[in-house]
Design a protein around this ligand. Structure first.
Ligand SMILES: NC(=O)c1ccc[n+]([C@@H]2O[C@H](COP(=O)([O-])OP(=O)(O)OC[C@H]3O[C@@H](n4cnc5c(N)ncnc54)[C@H](OP(=O)(O)O)[C@@H]3O)[C@@H](O)[C@H]2O)c1
Length: 307
């Protein structure tokens, strides 16, 4: 099969696209013929070698966690009801780093994939799982945002942030998004009632009144400022800095594959209440450029790779 692969850690130049052995497929695994994947910041953090202390890594590594594609084969112990030919999408999380999703064939543990939203192309669907699940597990699960609450979303114009904004709006919250000015119009269009320019000084000093809940996707100074952004610091979630957010009494979220959450996201998409903004799509052969685009830190939505 064709796959993106790297044999050593480093910058995007270590990525190659080449023929690679097909993956092993366990009895509880769904083999997906991938049509698209997306790039998340964790992909280049792993490629740079930063996460070697967290999970076993086995070089050569195929990068990527998101997949959208067609079921090729189903292991004999799979109980999801998915069959060959079904269109699926998922966050193909496993506890070691080796068989990622930037490849023609992806072995997906059965808990990680579900039916793709009918209304999305494969490219659009590949932009949803990791970022959408992260936003869902922050806004819906951890914060349980209620109608009328003021929800502050940091880095609202990025991959996770755009989903967090829309999930807040779908729950009836008044959503405030932080971004640089060039993204403010896009945030208003997504449903933000207020936008804050994080380049113009501390966010807490720019808020009309404190938020009821905060989603931190930045860490650092933004998270240091969080206790002043919110009435009750237990309603701050961060996906960046566990020590700091737990230190102020908030919650740390680390995204996990939950089929129920993916199904909820798919239903919102097919109901026209959640959209995916694809910033740019690259062919697999140009995956190094896709990683570089994500590494810029200023992408407007999702970076997608078609396979
Ligand atoms: N713990 C977990 O499970 C988990 C899961 C998913 C993601 N993450 C992490 O969460 C972060 C965000 O992920 P992502 O996929 O949304 O990234 P992304 O798409 O690369 O985010 C890009 C966005 O960040 C904005 N931004 C950059 N610096 C900012 C600042 N200081 N304040 C406000 N906005 C800023 C940019 O807006 P401008 O262009 O306007 O600057 C841009 O729109 C990454 O570090 C990622 O690794 C963690």
């Amino acid at each position: 099969m064709r796959a993106a692969v790297y044999e050593e850690y480093g910058d995007a130049d270590v990525l190659r696209v080449r023929d690679h052995p097909e993956p092993p497929v366990g009895p509880d695994t769904i083999l997906v013929r991938a049509r698209a994947t997306s790039v998340n910041p964790v992909d280049w953090k792993i490629r740079q070698g930063y996460l070697q202390g967290a999970y076993p890594h086995h070089l050569p590594i195929i990068p990527g966690w998101d997949v959208a594609g067609v079921v090729e084969a189903v292991g004999p112990a799979v109980i999801t009801g998915l069959q060959p030919g079904d269109e699926v999408f998922g966050y193909v999380r496993r506890d070691d780093v080796c068989w990622g999703t930037a490849a023609e064939l992806v072995p997906a543990p059965q808990r990680t994939v579900t039916r793709k939203p009918r209304s999305l192309s494969f490219e659009e669907a590949a932009g949803v799982p990791l970022a959408g699940l992260t936003a869902y597990q922050c806004v819906v699960e951890a914060l349980d945002v209620q109608p009328g609450e003021r929800l502050l979303v940091h880095a609202a114009a990025g991959g996770v942030g755009r989903f967090a904004v829309q999930l807040g709006v779908a729950r009836g919250a008044v959503v405030i998004g932080t971004a640089s000015p060039r993204n403010h119009e896009a945030l208003r269009e997504l449903g933000c009632a207020e936008v804050v320019d994080y380049t113009a000084g501390p966010v807490s000093e720019q808020l009309g009144s404190p938020a009821d809940a905060v989603v931190d996707l930045i860490g650092g100074e933004a998270l240091d400022d969080a206790p002043r952004q919110v009435g009750d610091p237990s309603r701050v979630v961060s996906v960046i800095d566990p020590e700091k957010v737990l230190g102020i009494g908030g919650r740390y979220v680390f995204v996990r594959p939950e089929r129920d959450h993916l199904d909820a996201l798919a239903a919102l998409v097919d109901d026209d209440r959640l959209r995916v903004d694809v910033a740019e799509t690259f062919p697999l052969e140009r995956i190094a450029d896709a990683h570089r685009a994500s590494e810029s830190g200023h992408t407007a939505g999702k970076i997608v790779v078609s396979i």
